[in-house]
Design a protein around this ligand. Structure first.
Ligand code: ADP
Ligand code: ASP
Ligand code: MG
Length: 418
């Protein structure tokens, strides 16, 4: 018996009719004779609504209580999906993260999975039942309810698929969502984006970190580390989807496989500070202590004086301002500047390792369109440009076109068929 993990996202379980279609999909797999474990997210915008509700009773709700609250969203949907399955003759059991034995560290709101027990899942599968598990949640070592970060149900699914060794059974982890696969860019932002037949874990991870919301970055990391094949598919209609797999030699032939946009960045600059040894450590230690993820860092030097700029999510600016001001007080001189209204566009591809001219093609295309680049960062498989927020969507489309990404989906499909 092959084991499949099927994850359904928020839109896919957004109302009773959609839940019924998801249940039919689950039944189809089970009728093929396979074991199925289901993971679901909270219905529609439930998680956003819960966060907003918390904000109405407290200006700074504790992270513990926020996790307790957010975790309720998934509990509603697992029960409903289990009921829908039972109503079409599929025995099902809804389970919380704690009931399954999904353990995490204690970092509320962004907890990491530290272990998954398969005992309860095996027990349910052995009885011919479909376990329907709450995505996005776990239990810390001290028994507290935690959540895995926004979009974290993908990670629950891949973690369960890894614990169940689905690949060894001949199964896969299916991520059912509201698009029919991974596209060369968010199809809502770039209408000419094309669907990829396959993408490597490494490329998907970069795209996810750079703003492609379709997969949670930690889910891709888990998949890569434990060799879980991930199939991204549409929950409401039959499709071919996109397979996320290990890199194959022909993947290196393609320079760029996707483009992504991260909106709403802010830039923090400490200008004209003394470039004493340790000043960078002091600054970024303070920022890290405040729990803030830093995007890219630029330092410029004029003799003994330096200016350091870095970008962060817009929502982190208030906290970062406090941390950076304290550092400035300690160094004694300099000034703090905050810019808002920035965004980052990036292109990603493992083929960059073996092709030259990728950066120049991107910069030339953006330049020809009159788009100013405020900063550039590169790694082996990505190039990112900071642009103003108002230019961002147009810049994404231009980068997408410059690398012929509208045709990549068809090219991949043809090479797979041949
Ligand atoms: P779910 O609720 O199923 O987890 P998400 O909203 O988290 O769904 O992710 C699906 C959305 O991701 C799509 O509707 C799409 O707009 C967005 N998206 C961003 N980048 C991409 C991409 N490269 N390919 C496909 N979808 C993308
Ligand atoms: N419900 C959670 C969220 O909205 C988890 C998820 O959708 O994956 O972030
Ligand atoms: Mg998601």
């Amino acid at each position: 018996m092959a084991i499949f993990v099927q994850k359904f996202g928020g839109t896919s379980v957004g109302d009773p009719a959609r839940i019924a279609r998801c249940a039919a999909r689950i039944k189809e797999r089970r009728d093929e004779g396979h074991g199925v474990v289901v993971v679901v997210s909270a219905m529609g915008h439930t998680t956003d609504e819960l966060i907003e509700l918390a904000g109405r009773v407290s200006r700074s709700p504790s992270r513990r209580e926020l996790d307790m609250l957010m975790a309720t969203g998934e509990q509603v949907s697992v029960a409903l999906v289990a009921m829908a399955l039972e109503s079409i003759g599929v025995p099902a059991t809804s389970l919380t993260g704690g009931q399954v034995g999904i353990t995490t560290d204690g970092a509320y709101g962004r907890a990491r999975v530290t272990g998954v027990s398969r005992a309860r899942l095996d027990e349910e599968l052995g009885l011919g039942r479909v376990p329907v598990v709450c995505g996005f949640q776990g239990v810390s070592g001290s028994g507290e309810i935690t959540t895995l970060g926004r979009g974290g149900s993908d990670t629950t699914a891949v973690a369960l698929a890894s614990a169940l060794k689905v690949a060894e059974t001949g199964g896969v982890c299916e991520i059912f969502t509201d698009v029919d696969g991974v596209y060369t860019a968010d199809p809502r932002l770039v209408p000419t984006a094309s669907r990829l037949t396959r993408i490597s874990y490494e490329e998907m991870l970069e795209l996810a970190l750079l703003g492609a919301q379709v997969m949670h970055p930690r889910a891709v990391l888990f998949g890569e580390r434990y060799g879980v094949p991930i199939h991204v598919r549409h929950s409401q209609r039959p499709d071919e989807g996109t397979l996320i797999t290990r890199e194959t030699p022909e993947m290196e032939d393609v320079m760029v496989v996707g483009a992504a946009l991260k909106p709403d960045l802010g830039r923090v600059s400490l200008r004209r500070i003394p470039n004493n040894p340790g000043v960078q450590g002091m600054l970024f230690e303070a920022v890290a202590k405040a729990g803030i993820l830093v995007d890219d860092i630029v330092q410029t030097e004029f003799g003994e004086i330096a200016s350091i700029s870095f970008t962060v999510d817009h929502g982190d600016l208030a906290d970062v301002k406090i941390a950076a001001s304290q550092v400035l007080d300690r160094v004694g001189t300099g000034e703090l500047a905050i810019e808002i209204g920035l965004a980052k566009i990036s292109v990603v591809g493992t083929g960059m390792k073996s092709h030259v001219g990728v950066a120049s093609r991107m910069f030339t295309a953006l330049g020809a369109a009159g788009i100013a680049i405020h900063n550039i960062t590169t790694s082996e498989i990505k190039i990112s440009c900071i642009v103003s927020k108002q230019d961002a969507q147009r810049a994404l489309g231009i980068a997408h076109e410059a690398f012929g990404l509208d045709r990549l989906g068809a090219l991949q499909a043809a090479s797979t068929a041949g």
